[in-house]
Write a protein that binds this ligand. Sequence first.
Ligand code: GDD
Ligand code: MN
Length: 354
Amino acid sequence: MELSVIVPTFNEAPNVAELVRRLGDALRGLEAEVVFVDDSTDDTPAVVMAVAAEAPLPIRLIHRERPTGGLGGAVMAGVDAAASDLCVVMDGDLQHPPEKIRELVSEHERSGADVVVASRYAGGGTSGGLSSRLRVLVSSASTAVTKAMFPIRLHGCSDPMTGFFLVDRRVVDGEALRPRGFKILLEILARQNLRVSEIPFDFADRHAGESKASLRQGFRFLTQLGYLRFGKMSLFAIIGGLGAVANLLIMAALIAFGLDYVWAAVIAAEATIIGNFLLIERFVFRDMRDAASGVWVRFAKSFSFNNAEALVRIPVIYLLVETWHVSSILAAALTLIVAFIVRFVFHSLVVYAP
Ligand code: GDD
Ligand code: MN
């Protein structure tokens, strides 16, 4: 099998025959199958079976009695069951033109990318099929925010929310994915360092039936974003917190050995900075190491940043206390919070930059 086309469906009965007809035409000559992953409560499964009997290409139906993970879970179930490693994922309502599939495949062959995205926002693409002004606004705003949150991983992708893409199954770490709701491509791209390329396409109107997007899906998406992004950040915070405790213990030990407290503080701080680096290398940014610069360069960046940060923090506290009359503890706490965020951003964008 050269290609598997994965189509998640939820109550799409009136669209199945037309979709299969257009897929048959578009994929003629290719050794391709279609895998419907269905969570419907209507007669979609029966329609799929009837259409399959007459279809010009092999059609399989996976009907999930106990659906998990919504649309994203359905897509991953389809990818798992696919006969080919090369999978194209598309909606079942003909908003994604089957005629574009060959272009996805040839772009994959040309670029060697792990994922080829069919984008509404790449040059020449359109999002006409977004049914209302509000959805256009929500879509472009959430795309902008998402791209800002994952500047590196989504660098080459103008449309991380699209449901139309090609993926080489061999590169996807299915274990790491936590599909929830509609944005499965984002889940795939945000969790791993993959090579992405894209082609533009025109997002068409629905052939029949209604969209299953809802406010609830919107909230799912927000939790997904939070989890994807701050999952790393909280790990970073925990390691930072452990570091602070270690810092104090080392300092106390050195003083007990008779060292002057200033020297004890300096040595404890440097030891903590080094220990921290080793821990975040291992636990936080592990997945970004391969694409980043060498370990000594990473260390040099991290080490100088942390020292500079410690040096800058003192005069800032002084300033806050003396000119703004903030209490010294509050001033120290404020600088620590800001420093934490800046440190995290610096490490994700600079130290581990691909
Ligand atoms: N199996 C399964 N389970 N399929 C589902 C489910 C589910 O819970 N929910 C929706 N689907 C199927 C629909 O039947 C359709 O084939 C496809 O997923 C997309 O659902 P639509 O209801 O058509 O959603 P949309 O058009 O509003 O959203 C599409 O465009 C968005 C970008 O604007 C999807 O492609 C989204 O993934 C995409 O983000
Ligand atoms: Mn749709």
